[in-house]
Ligand binder design. Structure first.
Ligand code: NDP
Ligand code: 8X3
Length: 260
């Protein structure tokens, strides 16, 4: 709790799943002694989460903001419209992301292609570039990017999503090296299967297909990932949890491909 006291944490994609759980976990770990900036496109969900957090923690300060990370212009106006007491960001959790479709190459919808790359890669890069000057100025802070097993082990029907997450991995690694002479920590959490709205989004709202992804398995919950993110952010400053791959106990990889 002391290591988080009075810190300002910015979480993208905080309206659902891992992002929302991470907001709750930071609040609990800091016993409310924290400032949270919650960003996503669905602002009413952010407001509901802020209301719940304010009810649970007397001291907490929560700022919610509608932000589409794939819109470069929106990122700069987001920063300039931050209330003064939220401007000194200490931790950026680049969580906003998605898979769109499970189509093989040749059948990928250009809108899905664009949606994944603009959010998972371009949005993450633009957010990082926007916040980095704040961290550099005080020579401290954390950037925690959400990658995926999909960025380490690609699978059929996931080419673009997997490529976007592999790009997150290489971007993260490059940035960590670029910042080696600073006290800024750059970290990546790579979840395996987590039950969130991820599959509902991937299958464009088809609930049956989305639910089927988890049938017969015991996926991780968003809270499990949130615990790891907050663990990484609360290590002593000599420690960088650079890359952590996290599976539910029934999973050991992404998929096997054989010609039979
Ligand atoms: P959810 O769909 O539950 O949450 C995704 C979040 O991202 C939502 O809050 C959504 O909010 C936000 N988001 C999507 N597009 C944008 C955008 N353009 N701008 C701002 N926010 C956006 O899924 P998860 O919680 O599972 O996903 C979180 C991260 O975890 C993603 O990066 C995903 O790739 C990664 N991941 C997930 C795994 C899983 O199995 N669930 C496994 C490995 C990685 P809104 O729609 O309101 O904008
Ligand atoms: C999400 C995990 O394997 O469904 O990143 O692509 S997977």
């Amino acid at each position: 709790a002391e290591r988080l006291a009075n810190k300002t944490i910015l979480i993208t994609g905080a309206s659902s799943g891992i992002g929302a759980a991470t907001a709750r976990e930071f609040a609990a770990a800091a016993k409310g002694n924290i400032k949270l900036i919650l960003a996503a496109r669905r602002e009413s969900r952010l407001r509901d989460l802020a209301t719940a957090l304010n009810l649970s923690f007397a001291a907490i300060k929560v700022h919610t903001t509608k932000l589409d990370v794939s819109d470069a212009g929106a990122i700069s106006s987001f920063l300039s419209s931050l209330p003064a007491e939220f401007q000194n960001i200490d931790v950026l959790v680049n969580n906003a992301g998605k898979a769109l479709g499970r189509d093989n190459v040749g059948e990928i919808d250009p809108e899905d292609l664009n949606g994944m790359i603009q959010t998972n890669l371009v949005g993450l890069v633009n957010m990082t570039q926007a916040i980095l000057p704040i961290l550099k100025k005080k020579d401290s802070g954390d950037i925690i990017n959400i990658g995926s097993i999909a960025g380490r082990e690609p699978y059929p029907g996931g080419s673009v999503y997997c490529a976007s997450k592999a790009a997150v991995n290489f971007f993260t690694d490059s940035l960590r090296k670029e910042l080696i002479n600073t006290k800024i920590r750059v970290m990546e959490v790579q979840p395996g299967m987590v039950e969130t709205e991820f599959s509902l989004v991937r299958f464009h709202g088809d609930k049956d297909t989305a639910d089927n992804v988890y049938t017969g398995t015991t996926p991780l919950t968003a809270d499990d990932i949130a615990e790891l993110i907050v663990f990484a952010a609360t290590r002593k400053e000599n420690t960088v949890i650079a890359e952590s791959l996290i599976f539910p106990s029934h999973q050991a990889g992404s998929s096997h491909s054989f010609r039979r």
